[in-house]
Each structure stands twice: as C-alpha cells, then as structure tokens.
Design a protein around this ligand. Structure first.
Ligand SMILES: N[C@@H](CCC(=O)N[C@@H](CS)C(=O)NCC(=O)O)C(=O)O
Length: 215
C-alpha cells in the first residue's frame, strides 16, 4: 500500500526544505518506498477533516491503510521500523539510534525553533535585542556539545541512521543564521546528509511543489 503524506501547498520556506514533510520524504526515499502527497493550504490544515488526522492542525501527516500518524518523529520512526535501512539490526545499536532520534527532536530542535521563532516573529518587540543573544547562546551550547560528541566521525553512531536523518534536518533549520559557522564538523555533517541521493530526491520533490505553486 502506498502511503500518503501531507505537505504545504506553498511552503513558507520557499522550497528550502525546512518544512517537516522533508524528513518524511527523505526517510521514504532512503528506504525506497513510493508515496503520494496531499497538499494543504494553511486554512485546510485547520479544518476538521485535517484535524481528525492531526490534532494540532499541522503538517506532516502519514496515512497508510487504516493507520494515520502525525508528528514527524513518530512517522520517521514508523518508516524506519518497518523497512530496512534507517535503523541498525543489532538491538543495542538500534536503541542508540532511537536515542539520537529523540535527542534531535527533544534536545537540539527546541532551542533552534525558539531562536527561529524569535528571529521571525519577535523583531518588533522592545525586548527582542536583549533576548536574542540568550537564545543564540542556548543554540551554541547544544551545537558545541553535539560537535564534541560527533568529533570527526561521519555519523552520530557509526552507520547513518534515522537519528542522523532527523539531526541533519534539525540543524538545517539554522540556515542563514550564521550560527553553524563556528562548528565546521557540524557543517560537514549536514553537507554529508545533503549529499545522500535519497536526500537529493526528497529535496527536489518538495522544491518542485513550491516552484509549481508560484507559477
Ligand atoms: N512537532 C511537529 C511539528 C509540526 C509543525 O510545526 N509543522 C509545521 C510545518 S514544519 C506546521 O504545520 N506549521 C503550520 C501551523 O502550525 O499552522 C512535528 O515534528 O511534526
């Protein structure tokens, strides 16, 4: 059965692959599974029909037969659990890869999202200038810790896994902020992820959606 995922019909990132459907597309490409995409406007996402799939009215969702999932991490885990290629077979290595999935989404992503939201939506607030360096420092703390752990390894735990897939997508959110500049090993790590053929296919597909939406 071919799963259907949801994505923005016109992504606010203008096709930079920062929306979270990118993670799901990349995971499906890594395991060589075809998928369909249902595109949604911001108002479609808040309609009852979509909220039945996603209680918070967001993308991405994943439908496959009688299974409906939301939360990009849960979806990537489901794909990795069902298909070979994204989680090691060895039980302990698999548990460590899953720990990196959680680390990406619950330890590294929150300060990055907080920083991104402040940069986008709080620029006009009187306290913005004071708050921004605090948020930048929180991001730098995590980048420093992650960079120390990665060292000069290619991936977080020997083999590329769903943990790396999520971590790379999380780090990419720093985009043009300049915050990655002090961490060359992390920049190289992100570039290794982006060089994977599955990543390139996923990126091209989400970009094609944006390009078509502005024609
Ligand atoms: N924790 C959720 C976050 C989902 C999320 O924030 N989705 C964004 C797109 S990347 C969205 O739908 N934003 C529109 C909105 O919240 O109205 C996940 O990882 O799936």
């Amino acid at each position: 059965m071919i799963p259907t995922i949801t994505a923005f019909e016109r992504s606010p990132d203008r096709g930079r692959g920062l929306a979270r459907d990118m993670r799901v597309r990349w995971a499906l490409e890594e395991v060589n599974r075809p998928y369909d995409v249902r595109l949604l406007s911001f108002s479609d996402m808040k309609e009852p029909a979509h909220r039945r799939l996603h209680p918070f009215g967001q993308i991405p969702t994943y439908e496959e037969g009688d299974l409906a999932l939301f939360e990009s991490g849960a979806i990537v885990f489901h794909i990795a659990d069902r298909h070979a290629g994204l989680l090691p077979v060895d039980t302990n290595a698999r548990a460590r890869a899953i720990a990196w999935m959680f680390a990406a989404l619950s330890t590294v992503e929150p300060p990055i999202v907080e920083f991104g939201m402040a940069s986008l939506f709080e620029r006009d607030k009187p306290w913005h200038e004071e708050r921004l360096p605090v948020l930048e420092d929180r991001v730098r703390v995590r980048l420093g810790e992650l960079s120390s752990r990665l060292g000069d390894a290619d991936w977080l735990d020997v083999e590329f896994s769903a943990g790396d897939l999520l971590m790379v997508t999380v780090l990419r959110r720093l985009g043009a902020s300049g915050l990655m500049e002090g961490y060359p090993s992390l920049s190289a790590y992100v570039a290794r992820g982006e060089a994977r053929p599955a990543y390139k296919r996923a990126f091209a597909d989400q970009l094609a959606v944006f390009t078509a939406s502005v024609k």
